[in-house]
Design a protein around this ligand. Structure first.
Ligand code: GLA
Length: 402
């Protein structure tokens, strides 16, 4: 009797499992990498520009470095047709979305679009509310691989419910589509979105500055340091297929190179999606070097998918750690102050246990080789004391190899 009951409950569980699964599984097993139009171009998007950016992504070498998705953010939309299907703005995209998506796919890249859970997008174009299934079908028909889904004009909607509706619609469309929730963190999506989407924004919009708050009429955008501080406590929610998203990169959009370097380092430590947001057609060699840094990208894309953490703060220098596969660790020191800092670390007495993963970094017990990932060279190891000067708003970042 008991045995039969167990079998019945297992069968019942197996039966309802597929019904509960909402999103497409097996996607974004490492944080998604690509490019999004918003940070640099805002609403100024058109098919020529998007093609040129896709060309540049490949020609520059960023595709080989791992960048894959080309995502058009807001303002690609035209009106809905008589049946309620969404169309693209015919002036900006005269060849149509299918042609653009085919062009991008032919380059070995993937294609993404943006919509919004509300009646209108943040830029005032038609949103998906009431049209979720129609939109998902259209995206699948167009060959969309990635949907960023925003949260403007959502009066009386419940965030979890609204995102589940679109998640199911995407799944029903039959095409595997990465679902990127852009709800800005208001309803704590990290607590409910694990099975709904593949990444969720944790904050309001990033602003292209290292340490500032940009005040608009009714809302704020946040500098890199402000966004980093808002990630506290969220690492337990991230992992393969479900990531915290501290917003897209501002690398190459005007911050000095040291600040861009620190910004990129932190995003990699946070296992953040790496969506470049600059004009890939005209980037400096410094910007390219940051975006394409192999060691940093491998830290971000590490298959364990453990988000890093701030271990300690001393004299405005933060020590950040991220456990990696094969017993390796990333250890990075961030100087948040506006003056250079002399930095010393006695490896012999340094020991940290990551309470989330249970992994231990004890440089007193185990010897590690150290690779300086920005200088791209061996930095000795943990046998002798670390001594360095860390410039203002910059990082020293090492990969420790046992
Ligand atoms: C919101 C999002 C941004 C961008 C704009 C587009 O502000 O958070 O990332 O998508 O809308 O209008």
């Amino acid at each position: 009797m008991q045995k039969q009951r167990i079998i019945t409950s297992v069968l019942f569980f197996l039966l309802i499992m597929p019904l509960q699964a909402q999103k497409s599984e097996g996607l974004a097993l490492t944080p998604p990498m690509g490019w999004n139009s918003w940070n640099k171009f805002g609403c100024d998007v058109n098919e020529t520009k998007i093609r040129e950016v896709a060309d540049a992504l490949v020609a520059s070498g960023l595709k080989d470095a791992g960048y894959e998705y080309i995502v058009i953010d807001d303002c690609w939309q035209g009106e809905r047709d008589a049946q309620g299907f969404i169309t693209a703005n015919a002036e900006r995209f005269p060849s149509g979305i299918t042609a653009l998506s085919e062009y991008i796919h032919a380059k070995g890249l993937k294609f993404g679009l943006y919509s919004c859970a509300g009646d209108k997008t943040c830029g005032g174009h038609p949103g998906s509310r009431g049209h979720e299934c129609q939109d998902a079908l259209m995206y699948a028909k167009w060959g969309v691989d990635y949907l960023k889904y925003d949260w403007c004009f959502t009066e009386k909607l419940n965030a979890e419910g609204a995102y589940i509706t679109m998640s199911r619609a995407l799944k029903e469309s039959g095409r595997p589509i990465v679902f990127s929730l852009c709800e800005w963190g208001g309803s704590k999506p990290w607590t409910w979105a694990r099975d709904v989407g593949h990444l969720w924004r944790t904050t309001g919009d990033i602003y292209n500055c290292f340490d500032c708050v940009k005040k608009w009429d009714t809302w704020n955008s946040w500098g890199v340091m402000q966004i980093v501080d808002m990630q506290d406590g969220l690492r337990v929610y991230a992992g393969p297929g479900h990531w915290n998203d501290p917003d897209m990169l501002e690398v190459g959009n005007g911050m000095p190179v040291n600040e861009d370097r620190a910004h990129f380092t932190l995003w990699c430590l946070l296992a953040a999606p790496l969506m470049a947001g600059n004009d890939l057609r005209n980037m400096t060699i410094e910007t390219y070097d940051i975006l394409s840094n192999k060691d940093l990208i491998s830290i971000d894309q590490d298959s364990l998918g453990i988000q890093g953490f701030r271990h300690q703060v001393k004299d405005s220098v933060e020590t950040w750690l991220k456990p990696l596969t094969n017993g390796e660790w990333a250890i990075c020191f961030l100087n948040r102050s506006t003056s250079p800092k002399n930095w010393e670390l006695d490896w012999k007495t340094f020991s940290v246990t990551d309470s989330l993963s249970g992994r231990v970094l004890d440089t007193g017990k185990t010897l590690y080789k150290a690779r300086d990932v920005w200088r791209k060279k061996n930095a000795g190891g943990t046998r002798k004391q670390l001594k360095a000067i860390i410039p203002a708003h910059d990082v020293l970042c090492l990969k420790l190899i046992p």
